[in-house]
Design a protein around this ligand. Structure first.
Ligand SMILES: *Cc1c(COP(=O)(O)O)cnc(C)c1O
Length: 403
């Protein structure tokens, strides 16, 4: 062993220390909170009981008795683990039941269950795209759509948020390439909707495949809670492929990709995050079946949630808070600097509310925000109390910001 050679290699601990200092300097360090207990919209965090305005449990289903009963019953006879990947021997009847139920609910020919939304996006893009293909995406798409495109080896182009003229120009730079357009249906950090009818038109006119990630739309909007594609009056002919997650409004864990028989079969054969991972525990699939039955069968949660969203927006507008143009339960308050968002989040926590500060790289630099999320499990009085606290914690610094 030659000592000189060893000292030439950069040191891991130097690098990690430098990175940690940079995170501190830019208020980017992340603190993982421990949730000791959860009781509807209340969370016990660091010894305090807070009203939770940060979760994606938009319908309050994560603790619904139908879901926990389905989970427990299934676990009682099938145990916990699925014990293998789908193609080996991990594909249980609850998985099949969930895929069939979801396809029927969404009016899509076929559904394929993935371990999570993250894995689904990696799997879909890697399975369908090859080196030299073109993948066009909205700049505000969720990180896993970007990661999926990178994983696929395709040429990734990102258009400015909602700018379909730019998307069209990007597609036309490579008219001979096999192309896929991917977009969030509801943007996870802004809460606004993708222009789905126009995206479908663009995809058709450019012979590109349209893939919609509806993690935040499913359960919340659309007829029978089908999500943003159905809300736009579209179906499998306009959006041949979409992904819904089970971990947000549906209160469970996992994700389903819905599409034509041909697309789903290709994904099932090729998607590495489907093939080379253990299947979801069957009991979780059973819980998601119960969730879909509730979402499809009962509209009152969606109606209540939509009334709460309107109440929050009305109140926030009266206070001059800088709201974004969102009609969904995602109601961000953009404060700009990382430290401003962190300070506001800490002040809200002191006042009894859990509202996460979202900073880069999750959002663009200079657009750090409080990401307020509403749930059908909230009460009007809790919305009003949050508005009171917001008035004290983040008064707009100037009228321009409030406009
Ligand atoms: C949360 C989210 C995902 C990831 O889903 P998980 O099931 O949490 O892995 C994918 N896309 C979007 C838009 C999301 O918000």
């Amino acid at each position: 062993m030659d000592g000189a050679d060893r000292s030439a290699r950069p040191s891991w601990s130097d690098r990690l220390r430098r990175d940690a200092l940079a995170r501190e300097a830019t208020a980017m360090r992340r603190h993982v909170r421990q949730v000791q207990q959860r009781d509807g919209v209340f969370v016990h965090v660091d010894g305090r009981r807070l009203v939770n305005f940060s979760s994606n449990d938009y319908l309050g289903l994560a603790q619904h008795l139908d879901l926990t009963a389905a989970l427990q019953e299934c676990a009682a006879y099938s145990g916990v683990g699925s014990t293998a990947s789908h193609l080996v021997c991990g594909h249980h009847r609850e998985h099949v039941r969930l895929e069939e139920l979801a396809a029927e609910w969404q009016k899509y020919p076929r559904a394929l269950l993935f371990g999570s939304g993250y894995l689904a996006n990696l799997g879909v893009l890697q399975a369908l795209l090859r080196d030299g293909d073109l993948c066009v995406q909205d700049k505000l798409n969720h990180a896993c759509l970007l990661d999926g495109a990178r994983f696929s080896g395709a040429d990734l182009k990102r258009y400015p948020h909602l700018d379909l003229d730019a998307a069209q120009r990007q597609l036309r730079t490579r008219p001979d390439a096999t192309a896929l357009i991917a977009s969030d249906g509801v943007f996870s950090m802004d809460g606004d909707l993708a222009p789905l009818p126009l995206l479908a038109l663009l995809a058709r006119s450019e012979d590109a495949l349209l893939y919609i990630d509806d993690a935040h739309g499913v359960g919340v909007i659309g007829p029978y809670g089908r999500g943003s594609v159905a809300q736009a009056g579209l179906g499998v002919r306009d959006v041949p492929l979409q992904m819904i997650t089970l971990g947000k409004a549906l209160g469970g864990y996992g994700a389903l990709v819905l599409g034509t028989e041909e697309l789903i079969e290709a994904i099932a054969q090729r998607a590495r995050p489907y093939l080379f991972t253990t299947a979801l525990p069957p009991a979780l699939a059973a819980a998601s079946c119960a969730a879909i039955e509730l979402v499809r069968g009962e509209s009152w949660r969606r109606l209540k949630l939509s009334a709460l969203v309107k109440r929050f927006r009305r109140g926030a507008a009266q206070l001059g808070l800088p709201l974004l143009d969102s009609g969904t339960p995602i109601q961000p308050i953009v404060l700009g600097e990382n430290q401003a968002a962190l300070d506001a989040s800490i002040a809200l926590e002191r006042a009894g509310f859990l509202v996460a500060a979202i900073r880069p790289p999750t959002v663009a630099p200079g657009s750090a925000r409080l990401r307020v999320t509403l749930s059908a499990a909230h009460e009007e009085t809790q919305i009003d109390a949050l508005l009171d606290a917001l008035e004290k914690c983040c008064k707009p610094r100037n009228t321009a910001a409030a406009g």
